[in-house]
Design a protein around this ligand. Structure first.
Ligand code: KG4
Ligand code: ZN
Length: 338
């Protein structure tokens, strides 16, 4: 049998990541997270590309070393072409091109959003791979999509957000609650201790399988303004209940659209991906729905939810099997639909 070693490189946002897979199994999965953005309450593109520039060589070096291989053993290099921040993508793209040229091995471009869904195909003991067709839901800081996945590279977006991404809603509302960036995981932590029915936020009225989160953001803003006028310590005194109620609203929005999608497509296999799929409320709600409605749900291992390079490498693996290689004249694509 063939020995396929794929190096994956991810640099689309604020994480510089590299991973080596051997026949689809992880040998290493390295990540350098950029702390600098915390101070600014969000990702600053200029600072992100500079940090990628600094991190990319050590991270790739580490990934190859931890994998216990030599760079000459690599079969191909897979990299994130887009979507993402242009300055960030350029660093990974240029590096991947140069390295593939130097090693004289194939280069493979990867769509970041496809990778979030195909992360489910990383060879992992105790994890079942989805069978086609399935519904994929990508929920991250930049995207909110329901995707009909007919095959590895036959995907169709059947619903998406008309404004903010769900992760953005977490982060922006978190900022109003004076939580550090990214607020998603912190809201999740507080939500576990709070009462989800303490406060009500209106559910957006969006047609079909599309989403909207900007209204929720606005109603949170007005709600907090109104309450802190009456009691300046309102946020402090009610933080866990606000977080629990906000998360409850988001979980309901997502689950009701997923139920609609299952009804419409008659596909009841549902896989989630992207940073927000780490959310405990969403995970629990999906597991409950699996039980109650007989769905089959696929929830990724925690480390494959937020941005990582193993998901880029697994896409590289499947494209390698298809001999689907990319010319070194390729350029990064900040808006990249599949
Ligand atoms: O996929 P990702 O790492 O980067 C993008 O491609 O955007 O997603 C990052 C997003 C951030 O908005 C972060 O707040 C959110 O995922 N996030 C969470 C949780 N963990 C990360 N949101 C809610 N609950 C979590 N546990
Ligand atoms: Zn992502």
């Amino acid at each position: 049998s063939q020995n396929i070693y794929i190096l994956g490189i991810e640099s689309s946002c604020d994480d510089t990541a590299a991973s080596v897979l051997h026949n689809g199994k992880i040998l290493s999965n390295e990540i350098a997270t950029q702390k600098i953005h915390e101070e600014y309450g969000g990702v600053v593109p200029e600072l992100a590309s500079r940090a990628h520039q600094q991190n990319i060589v050590p991270v790739i070096h580490q990934a190859i070393e931890k994998a216990g291989i030599k760079k000459e053993d690599l079969s191909a290099i897979a990299f994130t072409r887009g979507p993402g921040l242009m300055g960030s993508l350029l660093v990974g793209t240029s590096f991947a091109k140069s390295m593939a040229m130097a090693l004289e091995i194939p280069l493979i471009e990867v769509n970041h959003m496809q990778a979030h869904l195909l992360a489910h195909f990383i060879e992992e003991d105790g994890f079942e791979k989805p069978t086609f067709p399935f519904l994929g839901m990508t929920i991250s800081g930049g995207h909110t999509q329901i995707v009909k996945v007919n095959d590895y590279f036959k995907m169709e977006v059947i619903g998406e957000t008309l404004d903010d991404a769900v992760g953005e809603a977490f982060d922006k509302c978190g900022k109003m609650l004076e939580l550090p960036y990214p607020a998603g995981p912190i809201i999740d932590k507080y939500a576990k201790e709070g009462n989800p029915k303490a406060f009500q936020f209106p559910k957006p009225n969006v047609k079909d399988l599309d989403f909207s989160f900007s209204g929720l953001k606005t109603s949170m803003l007005y709600f907090l303004q109104r309450e802190t006028e009456k009691n300046p310590n309102f946020i402090e005194e009610n933080l866990i209940d606000i977080c629990a109620s906000f998360q409850y609203t988001i979980v309901n929005i997502i689950l009701s659209k997923l139920k609609k999608a299952v009804k419409q497509t008659h596909i009841n296999r549902v896989a989630i991906g992207g940073g927000v799929s780490a959310n405990s409320g969403i995970r629990e709600a999906l597991q409950k729905t699996e039980k109650n409605l007989g769905w089959k749900t696929y929830i990724p291992k925690f480390e494959y939810t937020t941005d990582n390079a193993a998901m880029i490498a697994i896409v590289g693996h499947y494209k390698y099997l298809n001999q689907d290689f990319t010319d070194t004249s390729v350029s990064a694509k900040s808006r990249y639909r599949f």
